[in-house]
Design a protein around this ligand. Structure first.
Ligand SMILES: Cc1ncc(COP(=O)(O)O)c(C=O)c1O
Length: 498
């Protein structure tokens, strides 16, 4: 493909993307296909000769689109927002189009330098402690990772390294492997699956402590668990607190957890994958009180800040904890600018993409006020939906935080399970289930930028009609007072998501 063909192909593709967004409401949110569907539509062997690019866009229509779950559809209320904005898309396109890779600083000075500045812009926007910023006097700083999972793992590995070094000074009789075999980490049983996975990959047992009724890490249980483990001769090394849990968007209390970590010299990592973006609005900042105790703090700009996947922001108070853990030198990585920041020592991969471009484009085109407006619009919509549900005595709104709420059908738990199944089968709106205070709840998250009050009325009508159907078939009338039992086929039960 020459540069002229590239121009045509790329312009046609941009038009295709713009049309996709303009017509997103016409698309059924969940696809009507089953696993393996693409095998029948794509040849089993690669083409011998190259073909014209025009065939590709046609096949995207015929082969790919029927197999997409439309995250940008206003009817997608599952999981969390697949953050999206046009300036961010263009930033990503440019990053790919320029075709540069950042290994060390010299292979892409602008890649590193812009990232350093963007991390400080974001840190200031979220009003996080100065110690986390690259521009602070101290050793703190921020870096872009691919995902929150990666951030949690990297910090666990750094905490492991730091704890081994510390214990060795106190117990010179122990070697590295003795200490590593006795490390232990903690989080709550409502933390994201990626936290447990970090423990698995990093070979540090992750104790998932029973959370309180609201899904928050219980500080008393944390303290007791640490004390218990110390008595057993183990070395507590890492605690992950969550601001905005995946299931219900609960917030762990950092003001209580922080001093415990400080007392026992344990690294506190704060996972604010979804909720962190909301701190750009001053009215949500109280939720991060106590963040000054954290050694590391992570949020996904690709969840609730108009940045396309992937872009996960990690700040650490002391970058030397990463550098000490991950630095591997080679002659081919050396260059003459010794004092330049080297993100390759803060991460697992060597190469890195130019992700700061999409942040730069989005922040400049929206401005801080534009981002606040977006977050407030989404949280305003959830309040609107909550009011609609509250006016209907068949439903109970169980919890509501940021742009997420969980609700259930009053009465027997099976009613909510049946409703979930019907919604899932009909594919008009996409929601998922969770368990809250031992009840099945429907987790409803405002995700699409396009979502409007009219879309919420559509969602409510769909939910309401399906409940009507279930109740009529089972001869049930719901009142707030009456509790009843109904039969439910257990094999139809949906899995919890976290
Ligand atoms: C609280 C929380 N932490 C971590 C994650 C994992 O995010 P990622 O896909 O960026 O690894 C999620 C995703 O749902 C989340 O909600």
């Amino acid at each position: 493909m020459d540069v002229n063909e590239f121009r045509e192909f790329a312009k046609a593709t941009i038009d295709y993307i713009a049309d996709y967004h303009e017509n997103i409401r016409d698309k059924q949110v969940l696809p009507d296909i089953s696993p393996g569907y693409i095998k029948d539509k794509v040849p089993s062997d690669p083409p011998k000769e190259g073909e014209h690019w025009g065939n590709l866009l046609k096949d995207v229509n015929d082969v790919i689109l029927p197999g997409l779950t439309h995250w940008q559809s206003p009817n997608f209320y599952a999981y969390y927002p697949a953050s999206y904005s046009f300036p961010s898309v263009v930033g990503d396109l440019l990053s790919t189009g320029l075709g540069c890779v950042g290994l060390n600083w010299i292979t892409g000075p602008a890649i590193t330098e812009l990232e350093v500045v963007m991390m400080d812009w974001l840190g200031k926007m979220l009003d996080i402690p100065l110690a986390f910023l690259n521009c602070s006097e101290g050793p703190g700083g921020g870096i872009i990772k691919g995902t929150a999972s990666e951030a949690t793992l990297v910090c666990l590995l750094a905490a492991k390294d730091k704890t081994v070094r510390r214990v060795k000074t106190l117990r010179p009789d122990l070697c590295d492997s003795d200490i590593k075999g006795k490390l232990v980490a903690y989080s709550s049983d409502h933390s994201n699956s990626s936290i447990e996975k970090a423990g698995l990959i990093g070979s540090v047992p992750m104790r998932l402590l029973l959370s309180d009724d609201e899904g928050r890490l219980n500080p008393q249980f944390l303290k007791e668990a640490i004390e218990q483990d110390l008595k057993l001769g183990l070395f507590p090394c890492y605690v992950v607190a969550t601001l905005g849990t995946t299931g219900t968007c609960s917030f762990d209390n950092l003001q209580e957890i922080g001093p415990i970590c400080e007392e026992f010299n344990v690294w506190l990592h704060v996972d604010a994958a979804y909720a962190g973006a909301a701190f750009v609005c001053p009215e949500y900042r109280y939720l991060k009180n106590g963040l000054e105790y954290a050694e590391s703090f992570n949020f996904n700009a690709h969840k609730f800040m108009l940045i396309n996947f992937d872009c996960s922001i990690l700040w650490v108070k002391n970058a030397f904890n990463l550098i000490n853990a991950f630095t591997v030198e080679r002659p081919y990585l050396k260059h003459e600018y010794d004092s330049a920041p080297e993100y390759m020592h803060w991460q697992i991969p060597l190469g890195r993409r130019f992700r700061a471009l999409k942040l730069w484009f989005m922040i400049r085109t929206y401005g801080v006020e534009g981002i606040r407006k977006y977050i407030r619009k989404q949280t305003g919509l959830i309040n609107y939906f909550s009011e609609i549900l509250k006016k209907d005595s068949r439903f109970e709104v169980c919890c509501k935080n940021l742009a997420l709420l969980c609700f259930r059908v009053r009465g027997d738990d099976n009613l909510t399970k049946m409703l979930l199944n019907k919604l899932y089968e009909r594919k008009q709106i996409y929601v998922i289930s969770y368990t809250y205070k031992k009840n099945t709840v429907i987790r409803f998250s405002i995700n699409s930028n396009e979502c409007s009050e009219a879309d919420l009325h559509f969602a409510y009508t769909e939910i309401s009609n399906q409940v009507d159907d279930i109740l009529n078939k089972n001869f049930i009338v719901i009142t707030k007072e009456v509790n009843f039992k109904i039969e439910f086929d257990k094999s139809m039960e949906l899995e919890n998501i976290h």
